[in-house]
Design a protein around this ligand. Sequence first.
Ligand code: NAD
Length: 492
Amino acid sequence: MTVYQNLIGGVWQNSESSRRVPNLNPADSDDVVGEVPLSTRAEAEAACAAAAEAFKAWRAVPAPKRGDLVTQAARLMTERTEQIARALTREEGKLLAESYGELGKTIKIIEYAATEGRRLNGATIPLELANNFGYTIRSPLGVCALITPWNFPVALPSWKIAPALVSGNTVVVKPSTLSPETGRLVVECFVDAGLPPGVVNMIYGSGSEVGATLIDHPATRAVSFTGSNEVGNDVYVRAARRGIRAQCEMGGKNPVIVMEDANLDLAVAGTIQGAFGSTGQRCTATSRVVIMDQVADAFLEKLVAAISTWQVGNGLREDVHMGPCIDANQMEKVLGHIASAHADGAELLYGGTRLTDGDLAKGYFVAPTIFDRVQPTMRIAREEVFGPVLAVLRVDSFDQAMTVANDVEYGLTSSIYTGNLNYIFRYVDEIQTGMTHVNSPTLGGEAQMPFGGMKASAVGPREQGSETFDFYTETKAVYIDYTGHKREGRMY
Ligand code: NAD
């Protein structure tokens, strides 16, 4: 039985903790992939200390050279794609094609970050003072704690590790205990690329112990977190108490708006992909359709016809369209949301049950589920389900569609289906999400675009990409006085 090891100061080592949780294949809980240690606080502290020690030398490595090492990690990930994709499907449950997709995107993200090592520019700024030169440089922060969820265990750690390292930071990665194997395979790509010991560390454990310890450690200067709103809000407060940087990418309740003139076939295809692809276990998943009543029946007829062709099963099988929920807890949570939708009076159109036929009984499978006539006040319209459940809300006007779409506490992503230019431009202005799509699903994001909900600090392709690097670096303002004499007058 594989017991996952922590990586501290360049040495893979067993945790001294005897507390462990099994890593189960969610499509077949008889298949125990490994055991994850719940490491101790002392081990988390040791990982931060190792990262702090390694930072002293790593920060002095020129940024283009740091980028070259990160490029090498992308090469190794390319070579190891099949191994990592299979491990991902086995422990997370997504389809093999989806795993390959995640790997492909991740490699682009790493390559993009790596080349930024050659563009970590500062600025030269004209000064009022004669014979003085003003400029800025970007300095690394120090140790960054990188805390990630289970659903994109290749992309999300890489999205954090690569820019953090190129910026000159050292990192401690805390993957989710639900997808530990892929976490290790990802970190191995960086380590095997030739990074000095201690530049990347990884520690397994619970969020409340290990995660919190990483944030509280005196050497930690920034935390990049991706996960649920509940945890993310705590992480933010915890980081603020120490005055360190925090970046929290959290949940979604993402709407698709379908207007009366929409191409319904296109809208159906995009909604199915958005709602049920990856079993709805994506922060960018479509969980609400806000639709003009006059086209709702036609849309839903096509939607149900399309989803009823889907096979649910083990993601390693080629004929399968949708895999399982990640674990028993998540499955129960999804079933709880379905029960609450029933209780609140939503109309079940499709699915709504756990699937237990044959081999499915060994896994955590829930049928793709569609509820019609959902009201904005119902729980199913307001809370993130993070599973294959779609709520349909009928509206009578564009204005009502916008009100309903914006009436949630989440603001990650969204989409509209229409050919009407007025609708499109008004929608883009009024929708309160950080990412939005027109005539395509709520999914998708490219490495060089800002991620949803993050502030867009500047326009233009170069500046957009550098947003990530704004987080992982701090700006130092430098004044060089070449007058050679004492400055007259008061100084402010
Ligand atoms: P989660 O919030 O339960 O856990 C995320 C990570 O935080 C895990 O590594 C966990 O161990 C750790 N953690 C838990 N408690 C902690 C604490 N008190 N202090 C520090 N760390 C702690 O999320 P999850 O169930 O793993 O993932 C699903 C969630 O992630 C969904 O809400 C989804 O929308 C969100 N998500 C968001 C994005 C995005 O980019 N916005 C991407 C993927 C997933």
